[in-house]
Structures are given as structure tokens and as C-alpha cells.
Design a protein around this ligand. Structure first.
Ligand code: ADP
Ligand code: ASP
Ligand code: MG
Length: 416
């Protein structure tokens, strides 16, 4: 008897009718002789709707209360799912994060899972029940409800699969797998059959929200193969697994974008030891994650500019914080920024062994008249910050230039 963890995202459980269909799909799998643990997201749009309510209460909502609010979305779907299963004559029990106990740290709205108590789930499975767990939520050691950050239900699913030593972890969503780019933006996007954990980590961290990055981190750490597939078809999806030789044959595997960041520049910062710590320590103390950082060369007057990106949701908070520490940093050129930027990236393990990929990317963007304001690279990715309005254009141009709609080209025919 196999133990299978299946996660269904927001669109898959978007209304009561869809929840019934998901229940039937899970029941079918159980009848084939499997033990079923199901993880559900909130109905699509619900987490956004709740966030908007919060904004009407407080300009910067209290993070603890935000978690109490946001976790309610998943409470609705798991209870309805359990009722649906019972109506079909089988047995099911729903658990919230704190009931399971999915223990997290206390970092509200972006908590990290520290431990999962599997006892209740295992004993309910032993009684022949389907277990449905609310995704995206946990509880800290003081009993406060926490949430794992947007898209966090994927992480709940993979972490549960690891903790339960499940035989399979299937992530059901509204597309048929992981594509070379967002299929909702580029109609030439092609489904990838197998992708390595490392490539998926980069794609996810750079904006391909089809999988939450922390779910891939868990999968890699605990060697959980993930099958990403469609809720609405039986088609084989994408396997996220350990790297193999075939994957190295692809130079660029995917193009991705992230509109969740904002860029901030502090001008006229004294170019002296300790300045980066003076700016970034208060930011990290406020639990704000900084992504790309660029410090310009001192142009001769002892002053420099510091530009970096933060999550768009942290933009206002970061600006307020920086204004309050201006005196300490001695910056005299003002603080300015933009929250209408996009980070556009190309990813591929094959980049390790090929040169010229970054310059091709820069040429493609320049040929489209798109200005690059920041660049960062790693072994298997190149990212550029551009104006948000050029996102779709940039994606299509890069997808075409790297011929991602074609089957992998042999190296000698490669475009680079
Ligand atoms: P769920 O609600 O099921 O968790 P998400 O909306 O979080 O679904 O993720 C699925 C969406 O991810 C797709 O509808 C698609 O628009 C988007 N997406 C972005 N990049 C990719 C990609 N490279 N491959 C597949 N989907 C992608
Ligand atoms: N409901 C949460 C969100 O919309 C978590 C998830 O769907 O994975 O981000
Ligand atoms: Mg998601």
C-alpha cells in the first residue's frame, strides 16, 4: 500500500463544485489501494481578498493578526473537502496546521517549518481515513498561528511528504507542469518533462510561482521527487528530480519573471567601512529580505550610491525605515525607488559549461529597446531588472532567442 501526498492549488478548489471534483479524484486514487494525504490551498483569490480587507484596517497590517486572518482561507477548503468525501460515503478528517502540529518559527507571514508531528495523520490513515491538511499554515512554539508566505501550500505538501516518508508527492495545479516560461504569458511555452532540483530552485526563486521555492528546498534536502501536473487532465506532468546528464544538454531551460520586487536607491552614502552594515542590519532586523544589491564605485567625492531590491510588499516599510535611519548612515542624496519593476531571468544547468549566454540576453533586451537597471548572475542563471511594462515583450523575445519552443538542440547547432 503506497502513501501518496496530493496538493491542490487555489484554482483547483476554486468553488464548491471543483472541491467535489477534487474529492472524487482523491477517492479514485484511494480505491486503487493507496493511503491518501491531501493538502489544500484556499479558494483562488481568497488570500488576496483577505489581504485587501486587512489593508482597509491598517496601512501596514499587524503581522500576527495577518496570519490569523490569512489562515482562514485554507480552513474553509479543507472542511468542505472532508464533507464532500463523507457525502461520497468514505471517511475523511481535516486538520489545521496547529492541530497536526506543523511547528514553525515565529516569523509571521513567512514562517519556516521546523518540525512536523506525524502521529495524528498516521493514526487517522491507519483507521482508513483520508487526511486533509490545511496548506500554508503552522503554529509557533507559543501557540500563535503562522503562515508560510504566499504559495506556501506547496511547502506544506512536500514537507509532509518528507516527514511521512510518502511514496509520491503530487502537486496539482492549473497548468500541465513546469514550462519553459509561464504558459499564460507566452503561448510558445513548452512543458519540461524532467527538471533538476537546482534548476527548479532557481526558476522558483526567480518567480516561476508554479512551485514555491521552499517546497523545492525540502524536496532536494529529503530527496522527495515531485510530480507537478494538472488537476483537470490525466496527462503526465513534470518530474522535479535529481540532475542527470540529459538535463546538462540544455543550456537554457527556462525564462522567468518576478514582479514582486521593488528597487530602492540610497544616494550620497559615505563610502567607508561599515556603511553596508549600518544600512542592512536594521533592514534585516525588521525581517525584510534583501535580494540584489549593487554599490556604485565612489566617483571621487567619497560618496557612493547603494541600490538594492526588496519584496514589493516590504517596499513602504523599507522606505519608512530608511528615512528613520538617514542620520545614522550619513546619506545626503536622498532615497528613491520604484515598485514597478520586473526581474527577468534565464536559468539552465548547461550554463555552467557555456560562455556568452549573459551577453546574448543583454543583446536581446537591447534590440527590443529595453533598458537594464540591475544585473546579477550565478552559476546557472542571469537576472536583469527592467521596467515592469516590458515584461511580456522581454519574455517572448528571450524565449524565441534561446529557441525554447524547440527540442534540445545538439551542442554544435547551438545558437551561442
Ligand atoms: P496553484 O494555485 O495551483 O498553487 P499557482 O498560481 O501558484 O497555482 O501556480 C501556477 C501558475 O504558475 C500557472 O498558472 C502559471 O501562470 C504560473 N507559472 C509561472 N511560471 C511558470 C512556469 N515556468 N511553468 C508553469 N507555470 C508557470
Ligand atoms: N493561499 C495561499 C496563497 O494564495 C497559499 C497557497 O495558495 O499556496 O498564497
Ligand atoms: Mg501556488
Amino acid at each position: 500500500m503506497a502513501l501518496i501526498v496530493q496538493k491542490f492549488g487555489g484554482t483547483s478548489v476554486g468553488d464548491p463544485e471543483k472541491i467535489k471534483q477534487v474529492a472524487q479524484r482523491v477517492l479514485k486514487k484511494k480505491k486503487e489501494g493507496n493511503q491518501m494525504v491531501v493538502v489544500l490551498s484556499a479558494m483562488s483569490g481568497e488570500t488576496n481578498r483577505l489581504t485587501e480587507f486587512a489593508m482597509q484596517m491598517q496601512e501596514i497590517p499587524d503581522l500576527r493578526e495577518m496570519d490569523v486572518l490569512l489562515s482562514s482561507g485554507e480552513q474553509v477548503t479543507v472542511s468542505l473537502f472532508a464533507m464532500a468525501v463523507k457525502a461520497y460515503g468514505d471517511d475523511c478528517i481535516s486538520y489545521l496546521g496547529d492541530q497536526v502540529k506543523i511547528l514553525t518559527d515565529s516569523s509571521h507571514t513567512k514562517a519556516r517549518i521546523e518540525f512536523i508531528d506525524t502521529e495524528k495523520i498516521t493514526s487517522a490513515l491507519g483507521e482508513g481515513k483520508i487526511v486533509v491538511v490545511a496548506g500554508f499554515q503552522g503554529v509557533d512554539s507559543d501557540g500563535n498561528i503562522t503562515t508560510l508566505g504566499r504559495g506556501g501550500s506547496d511547502t506544506t505538501a512536500v514537507a509532509l511528504a518528507a516527514a511521512l516518508q510518502a511514496d509520491a508527492c503530487e502537486i496539482f495545479t492549473d497548468v500541465e507542469g513546469v514550462y519553459t516560461t509561464d504558459p499564460n504569458i507566452c503561448n510558445k511555452a513548452k512543458k519540461i518533462d524532467r527538471i533538476s532540483y537546482d534548476e527548479m530552485l532557481e526558476l522558483a526563486s526567480l518567480g516561476a510561482k508554479v512551485l514555491d521555492i521552499r517546497s523545492v528546498t525540502f524536496a532536494k534536502q529529503y530527496k522527495v521527487p515531485i510530480h507537478v501536473r494538472s488537476t483537470f487532465t490525466e496527462t503526465e506532468g513534470t518530474w522535479v528530480v535529481e540532475e542527470d546528464e540529459e538535463m546538462e544538454g540544455r543550456i537554457v531551460s527556462g525564462v522567468t519573471y518576478n514582479k514582486n520586487e521593488a528597487r530602492i536607491t540610497i544616494s550620497g552614502v559615505p563610502d567607508q567601512p561599515g556603511i553596508a552594515a549600518k544600512i542592512f542590519t536594521p533592514i534585516s532586523d525588521a525581517d525584510i529580505i534583501v535580494d540584489m544589491i549593487i554599490q556604485n564605485q565612489d566617483t571621487g567625492n567619497g560618496l557612493t550610491d547603494m541600490t538594492f531590491t526588496v519584496l514589493r510588499s516590504d517596499y513602504q516599510r523599507t522606505m519608512q525605515l530608511l528615512n528613520s535611519i538617514t542620520e545614522k548612515t550619513g546619506a545626503n542624496g536622498g532615497i528613491h525607488g520604484s515598485d514597478s519593476i520586473t526581474k527577468i531571468s534565464i536559468v539552465g544547468v548547461g550554463m555552467r559549461n557555456h560562455s556568452g549566454i549573459a551577453s546574448t540576453m543583454f543583446s536581446v533586451l537591447s534590440n527590443e529597446g529595453i533598458n537594464i537597471s540591475m544585473i546579477s548572475t550565478s552559476e546557472i542563471k542571469v537576472s536583469c531588472i527592467i521596467e515592469e511594462k516590458y515584461t511580456e515583450l522581454a519574455i517572448r523575445a528571450l524565449h524565441d532567442a534561446f529557441e525554447l519552443d524547440k527540442d534540445t538542440v545538439p551542442e554544435e547547432e547551438s545558437i551561442i
